[in-house]
Ligand binder design. Structure first.
Ligand code: ADP
Ligand code: MG
Length: 227
């Protein structure tokens, strides 16, 4: 479904510091309907790989394949299906929400961007997705600072679900939350994956969370895959 093949990435800054090799020859494959865990210590390159897989960051070497298509070759409109079907759930969900826009309007914004907003059907879709993340529609009238950390993460999940994605790249989706809220969100993520038969790349440094959540796990250390 989503595959990295021999990805390498070196960061070069304009400040005269030494280039930093963040990834070297990294490969992984998330199969259809699979939860693949990507585990490794902080700073080993997990988020860099996630950004490359989502085509938010270019790589120096290697390829990203989505459904056997090389997505680094796609441009403009050709990239739209990928942009819609592969969604990021981040460690900082508040970054998806404009602080001065009501949550309900932010939630449907991606539908407008993709030109698939249609009042009646979008409302229905929104209510269904809210139900799946176990949130009350009363939250839609609030601003981002008026909800809790667990709620804003569930809202970012709802926002992604509205686009009817096929793959979620979850980059430490619960690491900023306390244990009870974390468990609730992991349960919701599992239910949604089953219900919608999604593929997940689930990134975490927490062994217990990954064991509980994932079908299969790959390990990374110092920018390389561990065998
Ligand atoms: P992880 O998500 O596994 O904690 P990251 O992928 O965020 O790790 O970072 C891997 C390494 O690359 C870190 O040492 C980080 O400082 C470095 N890095 C990440 N982004 C940049 C950047 N834009 N410029 C320079 N170095 C970066
Ligand atoms: Mg990270």
């Amino acid at each position: 479904m989503l595959e990295a093949v021999g990805i390498s990435k070196t960061f070069r800054s304009g400040w005269g510091t030494r280039p930093y090799k963040a990834l070297e020859d990294v490969s992984l494959h998330v199969g259809g309907g699979e939860i693949l865990g990507l585990m490794g210590p902080s700073g080993c390159g997990k988020s860099t790989l996630a950004r490359i897989l989502l085509r938010l960051l270019p790589c120096d070497q290697g390829e990203v394949l989505y459904g056997n298509e090389n997505i680094s070759k796609l441009k403009g409109r050709g990239l739209l299906p990928f942009r819609r079907e592969v969604q990021l759930i981040s460690q900082r969900p508040e970054s998806f929400f404009n602080p001065s826009i009501k949550l309900g309007d932010s939630l449907v914004e991606p539908l407008r961007i993709f030109g698939i907003y249609e009042k009646a059907s979008s409302q229905e879709l929104l209510l269904h997705s809210l139900e799946q993340v176990k949130l009350n529609a009363q939250l839609l009238d609030r601003y981002p600072h008026q909800v809790s950390g667990g709620e804003i993460q569930r809202l970012s999940l709802c926002r992604a679900l509205l686009l009817q994605p096929k793959v979620l790249v979850l980059d430490e989706p619960t690491s900023m939350l306390d244990i009870s809220v974390q468990a609730q969100i992991l349960n919701i993520l599992k239910e949604i994956q089953k219900d919608r038969r999604l593929s997940y790349l689930f990134i975490s440094h927490d062994r217990d969370v990954v064991r509980w959540m994932c079908d299969r796990v790959v390990l990374m250390r110092n920018g390389r895959m561990e065998i």
